[in-house]
Ligand binder design. Structure first.
Ligand SMILES: C[S@@+](CC[C@H](N)C(=O)[O-])C[C@H]1O[C@@H](n2cnc3c(N)ncnc32)[C@H](O)[C@@H]1O
Length: 242
C-alpha cells in the first residue's frame, strides 16, 4: 500500500513537472498550433502584463528604441517590422516616438493577439493607424524583399519559434546593409528550459554571428530576458587604385 502511494506520488510529481515545463515554454515543444491557440486565448490578459513595473521603465525603453530610431531616422519611407508582434507593444512604442515617421509591418500568427492590436490601434489617431500594416502569418514562412527594411524587432519570441534559423536568415536578407535586428534571448539561468534552441548564455549571439550579423550587443533587461542588438554589415568600401 505504502509503495503504491509512493509510486502514485512520483508519477503525479513527474506529470506536474512536465506540465509546468510545457507551460513555461509556452507549449512550444508541442508544435506551433499550441503556441497560436494559447496566445489567442490569453490575448486580453497578455496586454495587461505590460502595466507591471518591470515594463514601465522609461529609461530602459528609451535605451531599447534609441538605436532603431537613429537607424530609421525621420525618414517617412523607412519600414520597420515587428515580428511575432503579439498585441503590438513594440509597434505602439515606436508609433509614440515623434522621431519615427516610417511604417511598421506587424506580423503574428495568433488571431486573438492581432485582434487586440487592431482594437488598441483604433484608439490612436488615423494618421498613426495608417502607418501600420498587420499581417497574420507564421513568421517561419515570412520572407521579406531583400534589403527592404531598416530594422526588425523580434521581442520575447525567439525562444518559442522553432525552427528559428530560416526566420533569422530571412531577417538578414530583408535588412538593408547597416540595418538593425532588435531581439531578446532568455536570460542566464533560463536557457535550460529551451533545450536544442541555442538560448543558453552566449549561444544565441554566436548564432547571429554565424548568419553574418556584426556589432552584436547583449544587454541585461528583465529577469527572464536580455535584449540583443545586431547589425547587418555595410558592404566593404571599394578601394581605389592610387
Ligand atoms: C511572448 S509573445 C511576444 C509578443 C510581442 N513581441 C511582445 O514583445 O510583447 C510571443 C508572440 O509570438 C507569437 N508567435 C510565436 N510563434 C510564432 C510564429 N511561428 N509565427 C508568428 N507568431 C508567432 C505568438 O503568437 C505571440 O504573440
Amino acid at each position: 500500500m505504502t509503495i503504491a502511494l509512493i509510486l502514485a506520488s512520483l508519477v503525479l510529481l513527474v506529470l506536474f513537472g512536465v506540465l509546468t515545463w510545457h507551460a513555461l515554454n509556452d507549449f512550444s515543444y508541442l508544435g506551433g498550433a499550441g503556441v497560436r491557440h494559447s496566445y489567442s486565448w490569453g490575448a486580453r490578459c497578455y496586454d495587461g502584463k505590460w502595466r507591471s513595473p518591470s515594463y514601465q521603465n522609461a529609461a530602459q525603453t528609451r535605451q531599447l528604441l534609441a538605436p532603431l530610431l537613429e537607424q530609421a531616422g525621420g525618414d517617412p519611407a523607412a519600414v520597420v517590422v515587428d515580428l511575432a508582434c503579439g498585441t503590438g507593444r513594440f509597434t505602439r512604442l515606436m508609433l509614440a516616438e515623434e522621431e519615427f515617421r516610417g511604417k511598421i509591418i506587424a506580423v503574428d500568427f495568433a488571431p486573438g493577439m492581432l485582434r487586440e492590436l487592431r482594437r488598441v490601434l483604433q484608439e490612436m489617431p488615423p494618421a498613426a493607424q495608417s502607418r501600420v500594416e498587420i499581417q497574420e502569418q507564421d513568421v517561419r514562412q515570412w520572407r521579406p524583399a531583400a534589403e527592404s527594411l531598416q530594422a526588425v524587432a523580434l521581442l520575447e519570441a525567439a525562444e518559442i519559434i522553432h525552427p528559428l534559423g530560416p526566420t533569422l536568415e530571412a531577417i538578414f536578407v530583408g535588412l538593408q546593409p547597416g540595418g538593425l535586428l532588435l531581439t531578446t534571448v532568455v536570460g542566464n539561468g533560463f536557457g535550460w528550459l529551451f533545450p536544442g534552441r541555442r538560448q543558453a548564455r552566449a549561444e544565441f549571439s554566436d548564432w547571429l554571428a554565424e548568419i553574418g550579423f556584426v556589432e552584436i550587443q547583449r544587454h541585461p533587461w528583465r529577469r527572464r530576458y536580455d535584449w540583443l542588438l545586431a547589425r547587418k554589415p555595410l558592404p566593404p568600401a571599394r578601394s581605389h587604385p592610387p
